[in-house]
Design a protein around this ligand. Sequence first.
Ligand code: PLP
Length: 367
Amino acid sequence: MTIFGPDYVRAIAPYQGGKPIAEVAREFGLDEAAIVKLASNENPLGMPASARRAMQQAIDELARYPDSNGFDLKAALTQKFDVQADWITLGNGSNDILELAARALVQPGESVVYSQYSFAVYSLATQAVGARAIVVPAKDFGHDLDAMAAAIAPDTKLVFIANPNNPTGTFIDGDRIAAFLKQVPSRVVVVLDEAYTEYLQPAQRYDALGWARQYPNLIISRTFSKAYGLAGLRVGFGIAQPALTDLLNRIRQPFNVNSLAQAAAIAVLHDEDYLHKSAQVNTDGYQQITEAFTQRGIEFVPSCGNFVLFRAGADDGAGARVNLALLKKGIIVRPVGNYNLPQWLRVSIGLPEENAAFLDALKAVLA
Ligand SMILES: Cc1ncc(COP(=O)(O)O)c(C=O)c1O
């Protein structure tokens, strides 16, 4: 039999997303309307009305290609973040930015550093370019930045950091990141993935854009998929100095962000009410879920994202078992066995009634 493709591509285990509602309805004979999906860290408020209006206006132009340079969206980002357009790379979700970084910067056989339990796409992007992963053991489920700095090898080209991290929700404070950036050799690029940054409390915030101005080897990655509520449209962006941005844009698919997505992203960028509400619903839901966990003696990792990692049981079958039992009750959460966390599950924070449905089902399953 002919074997196609390089070994390193054949070795990739495909990304496992949250189960779609329609699939769970089919598999378990459930009514779609009764299913609660808390599996993909989506925004429970649903798409912002401002985005819907903007897309309705943009729809007549769909026979044309999108603006490949995203002029209007970049202008809106420029305004909001006080950076020039040549510092911005638009992505088909921020996932695209992560992959562009790996493809633009790393050759087969070179190395990429990231943390144990950090976002699964770091390993996928690393493997897809035939690079060697240097996976640094986590500390208390989060990034051990000292160990990560020490792990940088002569052939390391890229470091991925998620802050907050998915699936653990751990957070690294600004002072520690600043100290880390100082330690990283200037030939190594750092991707600071801030997919959940809008959920941080005011006291936790730091000036990542200031670091981008200081360090020519830093890419900040952001998304419209979480607090901005546009996961299905696929829009994200990277901010870095022009030389690095130019490199990413050279290999970017020319039309990687579609017209509706660009129009919607511009609208939500100005929609402070929606963003504020997203953060509030998340803070309240986090309290609702973690208070119940605490009362019931369920171990969880304190989270700064829109999700919580919790221990489903003390044996390595617990995550899969509890997940299946929850699915049968119409509750979709995310198993994390692929992160080598077989005793744990990750639940996204939903609306109050969704969180309550999850907590009720979990109580019944664990009884
Ligand atoms: C840490 C982190 N980074 C990036 C992403 C990618 O999201 P998107 O491609 O929708 O922007 C996710 C999605 O779950 C994530 O958790």
